[in-house]
Design a protein around this ligand. Structure first.
Ligand code: UDP
Ligand code: MG
Length: 321
């Protein structure tokens, strides 16, 4: 069995050597045969030279490099595209996904599971952040059609079947948490103690996490649109009742001029609501626009690829950049 390990790397120069070391030590004991695919997501530091060096030293490591930063989702996709393994593991470059957990995950594949996810505890996370994530998952669970679970990230092992299924989903806006559950299959879960990042910094600021959250809502259903319809209906209904009341009042007690405050409030509130609803519609339209362009998910600048096995031994080619 060949195990492929996909590692998206964005500005991980400080830690990647250590990660590679730990991986080559650990992987040898969990899989008969393995390959590590390092994906350089347009790093601006020394990551790429490091990857070249790692791949030169050890032929079981290879890499592809993007022409710019395309985001972790694209990096994972590139890794899956490249992976030749019968099973593929996706892990972070910062050792926050401890490779030794793989030893507990892989047996599930042999038992017939097609996805094995690692679920982390939240020890060591900033209080605010873990509170926010928990709240987020609680809310998301209600509004998104695919089940999402707290503590379950991108650390997982997929069978070849699951990888092939995932690769058929070629949408441009990728929200992998949703994609993983969308493809289905029997999924096993393995718990592990959270590890805090030792080297380098997390690339996720509050803003990007917020946007990620919004993506999760918008890329997996059209419920916000439906909510807008209901909301509009309710407001319209209230409006009609109010109108009847105003007209009746005018008929009974005659027209009196005041009403400026009500008018201005109504204009402002409904102006704002209109914008909000338009924003929701626009957000979906923007997504449709991006999807219709059918652009590739990433552009490669450089890659080290193995020659597909024909005569038995696995050689490595190094096409010029
Ligand atoms: N990453 C990436 N492209 C990006 C941002 C991050 O490939 O634009 C990679 C990063 O190198 C790491 C993984 O995604 O391997 C997770 O990133 P990070 O550790 O910063 O996130 P956190 O663990 O804090 O969620
Ligand atoms: Mg991390």
């Amino acid at each position: 069995m060949l195990l492929s390990v996909v590692i998206p790397c964005f500005n991980e120069a400080e830690g990647i050597d250590r990660t590679a070391e730990v991986l080559s030590a650990e992987l040898a004991s969990v899989a008969e045969e393995f390959e590590v695919i390092l994906v350089d997501d347009g790093s601006t530091d020394d990551t790429l030279p490091r990857l070249r060096e790692i791949a030169r030293r050890d032929p079981r490591f290879r890499y592809v490099a993007f022409s710019r930063n395309f985001g972790k989702e694209s990096a994972m996709l590139a890794g899956l595209d490249e992976a030749a393994g019968d099973a593929v593991a996706i892990m972070d470059a910062d050792l926050q996904h401890p490779p030794e957990i793989l030893a507990r995950m892989l047996p599930f594949l042999e038992q017939g599971f097609d996805q094995v996810v690692a679920r982390r505890t939240r020890t060591g996370d900033a209080k605010v952040r873990s509170f926010a994530s928990r709240l987020y998952y609680r809310i998301m669970d209600r509004i998104v059609d695919v089940p999402l679970e707290d503590g379950v990230g991108d650390f997982r092992v997929l069978s070849r079947k699951a990888v092939d299924a995932l690769l058929t989903l070629q949408e441009y806006n990728r929200f992998s948490k949703g994609l993983f559950s969308w493809i289905g299959f029997e999924t096993a879960t393995v718990d592990y103690e959270n590890v805090t990042r030792e080297i380098g910094q997390s690339k996720w600021g509050f803003k990007s996490l917020f946007n990620y959250g919004l993506d999760g809502v918008l890329s997996f259903n059209s419920r916000p649109l439906r909510a807008a319809i209901y909301f509009g209906l309710v407001i319209a209904l209230i409006g009609v009742v109010y109108a009847i009341w105003v007209v009746a009042d005018a008929l009974i007690s005659g027209v009196s001029a005041p009403g400026y405050v009500t008018t201005i409030c109504a204009v402002i509130v409904f102006g704002g609501l209109n914008m909000l609803m338009l924003g929701i519609v626009g957000e979906y339209m923007g997504r449709i626009y991006l999807e219709t362009k059918r652009r590739p998910h990433y552009v490669l600048k450089e890659a080290v690829r193995p020659v597909r096995r024909s005569g038995g031994d696995d050689e490595t080619t190094r096409p010029a950049p």
